[in-house]
Design a protein around this ligand. Structure first.
Ligand code: ATP
Ligand code: MG
Length: 159
């Protein structure tokens, strides 16, 4: 499959490849979860995804769909206060960060960021744009925008 466009604007399936740059309209929370599932099937284990956008934009919904698609045992939930959640039992472990409450990149380091990067787990970071200097090249950046009830997600894989 070389064409990343859905045929005739039809249903987007989980098997669709993810272009290095793209966008998706997500009219419902389930659609945002489905986009997460699509990424889960498409990206390599060990990928880093920076999830960016305002409060309530759907970043955690995306992670829910991502982790569920890999078969992780626990349902993903916001690590706003605990800062990091680990979901095991799936095809690859998923580590879910939320950097909203961190005050500096040294706090990211304090969570063991370098070890996670070296460990080959798939890393999903809400508010990753708060400390772009520690996001590695080759990471996926996804920007979530709120449009009333819908969400628009635009992404690119960094060089
Ligand atoms: N199209 C949509 N996609 C995703 N979520 C939606 C959509 N429409 C409504 N919602 C609602 O918006 C909220 C999104 O919350 P979520 O926790 O995923 O946001 P977040 O980006 O992780 O925010 P935060 O920065 O606070 O962690 C949920 O309550 C969800 O039900
Ligand atoms: Mg969240």
């Amino acid at each position: 499959m070389t064409n990343a466009k859905p045929p005739h604007g039809g249903l987007v399936t989980n098997e669709m490849p993810i272009p290095v740059r793209g966008e998706a309209a997500c009219p419902t929370p389930e659609a945002t979860q489905a986009l997460g599932a699509r990424f889960a099937h498409a990206v390599d284990s060990g990928a880093v995804l920076s999830l960016e956008g305002p409060l309530g934009a759907g970043k955690t919904q995306f992670v829910k769909g991502f982790a569920a698609a890999l078969g992780c045992a626990a349902e993903a939930s916001s690590p706003t206060f605990t800062l990091v959640h680990e979901y095991a039992g799936g095809r690859t472990p998923v580590i879910h960060f939320d950097w909203y409450r961190l005050d500096g990149a040294e706090e990211v380091a304090g969570l063991g960021w370098e070890d996670y990067l070296a460990g080959g787990e798939t890393l999903l970071v809400e508010w990753g744009d708060r400390f772009p200097e520690v996001i590695p090249s080759g990471a996926w950046r996804l920007r979530f925008e709120i449009n009333g009830d819908a969400r628009m997600v635009r992404w690119e894989r960094t060089a």
